[in-house]
Write a protein that binds this ligand. Sequence first.
Ligand SMILES: [Zn+2]
Length: 150
Amino acid sequence: MDSNPENETDAADGESIEPASQGPDFAKSSNGLLPAIAQDFRTGRVLMVAWMNEVAFAETLASGHAVYFSRSRGQLWRKGETSGHQQVVQEIRVDCDRDTILLLVEQQGAACHEGYESCFFRRVEPDRSLTVTEDRLVDPQTVYNQPKSE
Ligand SMILES: [Zn+2]
């Protein structure tokens, strides 16, 4: 590696990126929200898809737990705050355009508020009917005080 101090901003591997432009580019979204995919860091299974704004992303980085923005409630959604089913973030990635976030997480309990490991517990058949392909991990009635949509 070049020890020239002027080259310190060059990453050891990969291309160098200006510090101010690193991470997700929330300016690419008209409403400040970017889609965030949560994936099981061990199996690679897609667990859920939600939204993040700058504040949610910053808190996710700082806390090490996934924090989203709930469009239905219009506020930060600290995943697992009600259910205890937190997501411990192992790694964060952005896609090529830096407008989609990928969280590799250690899921505690069920990712889906309906009690399934993944929100994608149903298969869409050719006639558009849905087939549930797995069992619930938990009964949502025992996890949440009241029905709600996350
Ligand atoms: Zn779900």
